[in-house]
Design a protein around this ligand. Structure first.
Ligand code: ZN
Length: 400
């Protein structure tokens, strides 16, 4: 990485740190009001000199696909303010998102400007980015099968907008120069140096335009990335990947082959999305072939207009890393189920991402149909994950 690149990351890290610190304070005070007392623990200094005296810890949270079908765009329009406002979509899940140290989401649309459109060629209002930032999302992946939907303008305008808003991103690049400079995304925070990589299986048959670069699932590319990560001396390597068969609830042979390849070459953790449904999660101790490794095959939809069984919700995945004597390991990992409540408010459909376990027996917010649907989503998801997960359980209550 160039000196300029390192400088940029430090500036972003400081901005990010200040934001999180404000969030930590508000979350802690909320907790104090609820619990009556609390122990105040300031965030750790992440400067080079402050690392490693006590074990450093960081909690990462991942969400699945943020889709923007046209009814969702219409739902965000505020008649009185004459603007798109997304805050209500996240208002029930916001404490979970902002409570983590770093929150990462898949942005499965472009910000190509007007005319806005949903499937099959997505372009969403710029205000979506502000909504994601207000909700506590820190990094978005843009390598997915919809990133080329609106051509060169779609890719480049999305990048320019994210940069101008201070939202970190990975997966698509204006040209080879920015690709080599910004990929992998190295994040230095809370005493850790983390590498993030983002890949997609394809771009819906659309040729990647002009000089743009989309980080595709190609073993040569991945191998080069892994080598680059090793040169960067990172503590932990995370691959955020778009893959799998739509609507299939188990990983396919392609996913398994790619995961094995990535783990063999040094990846610590893989978080997947794209199938629009949840797939299993596995946390494996070190064995004769690999060091400790973890894979979430698919998080499912985070927010979308899809309402069919298995697609009307998804999962968030949280993981706490601990670094002791220079060695980083996974301290804790778990998933939280989310479900999209889609009521008509003043004649227009709305989209609220709910922490599903908290609303499992709700009768105040949810109508009768929603009460049945959220129960079915929870029982379907728990049946699958209880049967297939390895070492990863459900988190029903927020603990940070
Ligand atoms: Zn997709």
């Amino acid at each position: 990485m160039t000196a300029t690149g390192i400088f940029t990351i430090k500036i972003h890290t400081v901005n990010f740190f200040l934001k999180k610190w404000v969030l930590h304070i508000s979350v802690l005070f909320s907790a104090a009001l609820l619990l009556g007392s609390f122990s105040f623990k300031p965030p750790q200094d992440f400067s080079q000199s402050a690392i490693t005296e006590t074990p450093a810890e960081i909690t990462l949270l991942f969400t699945g696909d943020i889709m923007q079908h046209m009814p969702q765009v219409d739902a965000a329009w505020n008649d009185s303010l004459k603007a798109y406002i997304y805050d209500s979509c996240f208002k029930y899940i916001n404490p979970w998102l902002s409570g983590a140290d770093l929150t990462i989401a898949n942005l499965e649309t472009t910000l190509a400007g007007k005319p806005y459109s949903g499937y099959p060629a997505f372009s969403s209002p710029d205000e979506l980015v502000q909504g994601l930032m207000n909700a506590g999302i820190d990094i978005v992946g843009t390598a997915n099968n919809h990133c080329c939907d609106r051509g060169q303008n779609g890719i480049e305008r999305t990048i320019t907008l994210l940069d101008s808003m201070g939202m970190r991103h990975m997966g698509t690049y204006t040209n080879a120069e920015t690709y080599s400079r910004k990929n992998p995304l190295i994040v230095k925070t809370r005493g850790f140096r983390l590498a993030f990589l983002n890949y997609t299986y394809g771009t819906n048959g659309i040729t990647v335009p002009g000089n743009n670069v989309v980080s595709l699932i190609e073993k040569d590319r991945m191998l080069a990335d892994m080598n680059s990560v090793q040169d960067s001396l990172v503590d932990f390597t995370i691959v955020f990947i778009h893959w799998g068969e739509e609507y299939q609830r188990e990983p396919n042979a392609f996913q398994k082959d790619i995961a094995e390849f990535l783990f063999t070459h040094g990846t610590n953790m893989i978080i997947g999305s794209h199938p629009h449904v949840i797939q299993p999660m596995e946390w494996h101790a070190a064995d004769s072939l690999n060091k400790e490794h973890l894979v979430v095959w698919s998080l499912g939809n985070y927010v979308s207009n899809q309402r069919k069984r298995f697609t009307d919700g998804g999962s968030m995945f949280s993981v706490t890393l601990q670094k002791e004597a220079g060695h980083t390991h996974i301290k804790d990992a778990g998933y939280q189920l989310t479900w999209v409540f889609n009521p008509a408010v003043k004649g227009r459909k709305q989209y609220y991402i709910l922490p599903a376990a908290q609303f499992e027996n709700d009768t105040l917010l949810l109508d009768l149909q929603a009460q049945a649907d959220i129960k079915l989503f929870l029982s379907d998801s728990r049946e699958l994950l209880n049967r297939t997960n390895v070492g990863i359980g459900e988190i029903k209550c927020r603990k940070f």
